[in-house]
Design a protein around this ligand. Sequence first.
Ligand code: PMP
Length: 405
Amino acid sequence: MDIAKIREEYPILQRKIYGHQLVYLDNTATSQTPDCVVDAVVRGYTTTKANVHRGVHTLSMEATELQEGTRRRVKEFINASSTDEVIFTRGTTEAINLVAASYGGAFFKEGDEVILSVMEHHSNIVPWQLLESRIGIKIRVIPINSVGELDLDVYRSLFSEKTRFVSVCHASNVLGTVNPVKEIVAEAHSHGVPVLIDGAQAAPHLKIDVTDFDADFYAFSAHKMYGPAGVGVLYGKRKWLEMMPPYQGGGEMIETVSFERTTFAALPYKFEAGTPDFVGIAALHKAIDYMENLGVENIAAHEHELLEYTTRRMMEEVPGMRIFGTAPGKCAIISFLVGNEHHYDMGMLLDKLGIAVRTGHHCAQPLMHALGVEGVVRASFAVYNTIDDCDRFMTALKRVAAMLG
Ligand code: PMP
């Protein structure tokens, strides 16, 4: 891949921060957006803006076709069997809330159990906790081992006749660990239990194949995969989606409405109440094309090179370096602390040198608790990062560590 050419599509990377060349290493929080995707957003607003699914006029039909074209593209991208199983949401968070509220709200009863893991993002914890207080379900938690992998023996031991659901991430946003989702799903299915996979961190780096995984539900966000913010996808197996009641009520999701009786639209519209971000959805199509034109495996290979290079230098050159998450095959995410220095101080000082990293609990407070820390600094890579970025990061990191130390 010609990274210099790729970078030309990201004018934001030319920004100066406090007089320094920006080094953007906060890709796990959100990736930057290439011109081709931004152009799709601009085109959406300047040439085809009209509400979808409602009009007989040309603009509305074009806008609808753009949205449904993305649905077909997503179906291929994740290898779903039907576009009826592809639901547009605001993001991963809304997708998980949809499943928890609709599936859990309808089918769980007091005492039922849901299995999560300790490495989950808050968005795959709190929606289930809402059912804990509403219905009285219980949450069981898969722990991790010393390198940051799920303890699958404990996972197998958590199943009982009360287990109703499993919800785990495909890749951790802190540790980078890639979980063996096929194995996790197969185990749950041997107990007759459906599985949701939070793919927010997997979609930018890994091939997604919901049919191969046999996932019951799979969720991801466009903004982490070179796409626009405010758009996400929930994949769900038809057999579940048909059984599940609507999540929100409103326009688009109905067949007929009267004060006596309302009937709901067929899949996938039953779960798409209200006007969607149809411009963003159209731009997601471009983001998927962009990733697949580059090749998801090429993107991942490039990021891995940066990951290995930077990890080695951090361990060799920064005294007191502690990296959290060292599982083989991890995604290009490095969460770390240096000695007893506060993550926030490090992040602030790195910013003054033009380096954008994230600090804090990363919406994974239970994981921070398990790791025995309050927060960490996180550097993460995307296709447009270079060895030069890694070198600038290392120079800044050593300077900050020396200043604080
Ligand atoms: N799950 C994981 C693993 C994540 O990293 C994130 C985003 N940080 C989310 C869920 C939530 O995604 P969003 O905010 O796009 O809904």
